[in-house]
Design a protein around this ligand. Structure first.
Ligand code: AMP
Length: 176
């Protein structure tokens, strides 16, 4: 039997999750529960609280980062996270209200992608401390596809207000 031909190598992805409406921690936990049905969760960061950037007259965000394995290709993964965003948002919010959960794909293996719907690495990730703090918590020595170290981008954004508040109420590490 051609063993090698049947081996499927999963991809490693990093996702950023954020919520600033309703029960923020619960929304993060529900999103993780959904993600677990299709992804192999490898690590989950603590929850960080951050001040909104841009439109400041709104509640603080709760943010975290997940490292996971997936057999989905990048666009299938985008479809999947958008499906989760819509489902969780619809549960509690008015029809046209803001979303309870925002999920971004930060990195997908070492791939560089630029399509109409998807840009990877996420173009704003290195400008946001609420992304880099939890990301470096799960992978301190992480490199971008261009081999630059993620931690080198911290200095420029260190004044942004981001505080670690708690660990998520689910196991931090899934089975390998
Ligand atoms: P936002 O509302 O800020 O989460 O932006 C969502 C939009 O960004 C969607 O239309 C996506 O198609 C697009 N997008 C582009 N790159 C990414 C990415 N790496 N992760 C998630 N959404 C992305």
């Amino acid at each position: 039997m051609p063993l090698l031909g049947s081996i499927q190598v999963a991809s490693v992805v990093y996702l950023s999750l954020g919520s600033n409406i309703g029960e923020r921690k619960k929304s993060l936990e529900e999103a993780i529960k959904e993600l677990k049905t299709k992804l192999g969760i490898l690590a989950i960061s603590s929850v960080y609280q951050s001040k909104p950037i841009g439109l400041e007259d709104q509640p603080d965000f709760y943010n975290l980062v997940i490292k996971a394995r997936t057999d989905l290709n990048p666009h299938q993964l985008l479809d999947y996270i958008q499906h989760i965003e819509v489902n969780l948002g619809r549960k509690r919010e008015a029809r046209w209200g803001p979303r309870t959960i925002d999920i971004d794909i930060l990195l997908y293996n070492n791939q560089v992608i630029s399509s109409d719907r998807l840009v990877i690495p996420h173009p704003r990730m290195i400008e946001r401390l609420f992304v880099l703090k939890p990301l470096l918590e799960v992978e301190p020595e992480l490199e971008l596809p261009d081999r630059k170290e993620v931690k080198n981008y911290l200095e420029k954004i260190k004044n942004q207000k981001v505080e670690k508040i708690t660990e998520i109420a689910t196991p931090r590490r899934g089975s390998q």
